[in-house]
Ligand binder design. Structure first.
Ligand SMILES: Cc1cc2nc3c(=O)[nH]c(=O)nc-3n(C[C@H](O)[C@H](O)[C@H](O)COP(=O)(O)O)c2cc1C
Length: 358
C-alpha cells in the first residue's frame, strides 16, 4: 500500500510526523524521529533566546494534555552550532524547522536556520499584531516553503490565512493548542500548572478538523498540515479527507508513549483498505473533486438492532428521549418518542445499532 505524499517537490514516505513540543526538543529527540518510521521530522520552536519555563508544565488525562510550555528552552546558538549540523548530516527525511516569534527574531534566525530546513513552520501563538510584517521578514530571508501555524484562539482564521499568503507564506499548519484554559488541583486548592494552560490531544480533534476543512474549502490549492488530536491511523485518513496534505501528532504520544508513531504508520495500510482507499495520494486527489459529502438528513430513521446486541443497556440509559427499553431478550424502540438524533448508534460498543447515522 502506497503511503507516500509528494508536496512542494519534497517526497514524504508517509504523511505523519511529530508536532513541535518536548518530544522534539534537543539532539537525541530529533535523532529519534530521524530514525523511526515518521515521514518527516520537526524541530521544537526555536527563538533567539531559550525559553524559561516554570515547572511543572505538563499534565495528562486519558484523552487530553494540559501544558504551559513555551518555545525551546535551548538557546538558538545550541540549535544552530550543535544540533542542526548533526541532524542535517544524519538526515533521512524532510526536516521542518519551527521558529518564533517577532520580526527581529526572524531577521536574525532565518538566515542561520535556512541551510538546515526543508520547510519552515512559524508559531504565531503569542503574536497579536504585525502578522504580515512577520511573514515578510521571513520571506526576505528564505526561498523555502513557509508554513504559518494557526492557533485556535484566532477567530478570523480565514482572514489569518489570507493575510499570511498575501505576505508570502506558502501554507498553513492547523492547529496549535486550544485555550487559554484553567485546571484546578483540588488537593492543593490551587490552579494546576498555571493560571493559563493550553489543551491538546484527542479532545481537540474536531476543532482541528474544522479549521483544516474550512481552510481547504476556502483555499483549494494551498498546502495544509493538519494537527490536533491525532491518535490512530483512521484519524490521519479523516484529516487527509478533510483537507490536510500531511499531519502531525504530539499529545497522543505524550499520553501513550512515542512508539505510537510507528504503530500508527504500521496500521495505516489496513485503515486505508478498510475504508476502500488504495493510497494517501488517492484521498488527496479524491477530495479535490468532492470535498466531503454532506450528511443525508432526509433518509434518517429510528435505530434498528442487529445480532451483535449484548443487551448491555448503554443505549437505553443514554437515550435523551427515553425511547428505548428492554423487552425480554431485545431492545425495542418507541418510534413516537425517538427523536432520531443518532446518539445511541454512536455510543454502541458493539456496532449493534444501525439506520440512524449514515
Ligand atoms: C507540551 C506541549 C508543548 C508544545 N510546544 C509547542 C511549541 O513549542 N511550538 C508550537 O508551535 N506548538 C507547540 N505545541 C502545540 C503542538 O505542536 C500541537 O500543535 C498541539 O499540541 C495539537 O496537537 P496534538 O493534539 O497532537 O498534541 C505544544 C503542545 C504541547 C502539548
Amino acid at each position: 500500500m502506497d503511503l507516500s505524499v509528494n508536496l512542494l517537490d519534497l517526497y514524504f514516505e508517509n504523511p505523519l510526523g511529530p508536532a513541535a513540543g518536548p518530544i522534539v526538543e534537543g539532539l537525541e529527540n530529533m535523532q529519534f524521529f530521524n530514525n523511526n518510521t515518521c515521514g518527516f521530522n520537526v524541530a521544537k520552536t526555536i527563538s533567539v533566546k531559550g525559553a524559561i519555563v516554570p515547572k511543572p508544565c505538563i499534565a495528562g488525562t486519558s484523552n487530553t494534555i494540559y501544558n504551559c510550555e513555551l518555545w525551546s528552552e535551548l538557546h538558538s546558538d545550541v540549535w544552530i552550532k550543535e544540533i542542526l549540523p548533526i541532524i542535517h548530516k544524519e538526515k533521512k527525511k524532510p526536516l521542518i524547522i519551527s521558529s518564533g516569534y517577532q520580526e527581529e527574531d526572524f531577521r536574525y534566525l532565518i538566515p542561520k536556520l535556512d541551510p538546515y530546513a526543508d520547510m519552515f513552520e512559524i508559531s504565531t501563538h503569542y503574536v497579536k499584531e504585525n502578522l504580515s510584517g512577520i511573514v515578510k521578514s521571513i520571506r526576505e530571508n528564505t526561498d523555502k516553503p513557509i508554513f504559518m501555524k494557526l492557533s485556535p484562539h484566532v477567530d478570523d482564521y480565514l482572514g489569518f490565512v489570507k493575510t499570511v499568503l498575501d505576505a508570502g507564506a506558502t501554507g498553513i499548519v492547523a492547529i496549535n493548542s486550544l485555550g487559554p484554559g484553567t485546571a484546578i488541583d483540588l488537593k492543593n486548592r490551587s490552579v494546576l500548572l498555571a493560571e493559563e494552560i493550553w489543551m491538546s490531544g484527542p479532545a481537540i480533534k474536531p476543532i482541528a478538523l474544522h479549521r483544516v476543512y474550512k481552510i481547504r474549502k476556502a483555499f483549494p490549492d494551498i498546502p495544509i498540515i493538519g494537527v490536533g488530536g491525532i491518535g490512530k491511523a483512521t484519524d490521519i485518513l479523516e484529516f487527509i479527507l478533510a483537507g490536510a496534505d500531511l499531519v502531525q501528532m504530539l499529545s497522543s504520544a505524550l499520553i501513550k508513549g512515542r512508539t505510537l508513531y510507528d504503530k500508527i504508520i504500521k496500521d495505516l495500510p489496513k485503515a486505508l483498505e478498510e475504508y476502500g482507499f488504495s493510497s494517501i495520494e488517492e484521498i488527496r486527489k479524491l477530495r479535490k473533486e468532492t470535498i466531503l459529502k454532506p450528511v443525508d438528513k432526509i433518509e434518517n430513521n429510528p435505530p434498528s438492532f442487529n445480532e451483535n446486541c449484548t443487551l448491555c443497556m448503554i443505549c437505553v440509559r443514554i437515550c435523551p428521549a427515553e425511547a428505548l427499553e428492554k423487552d425480554n431478550d431485545k431492545i425495542v424502540v418507541d418510534k413516537e418518542r425517538c427523536i432520531r438524533c443518532g446518539l445511541c448508534q454512536s455510543r454502541c460498543p458493539v456496532d449493534a445499532i444501525y439506520g440512524v447515522l449514515t
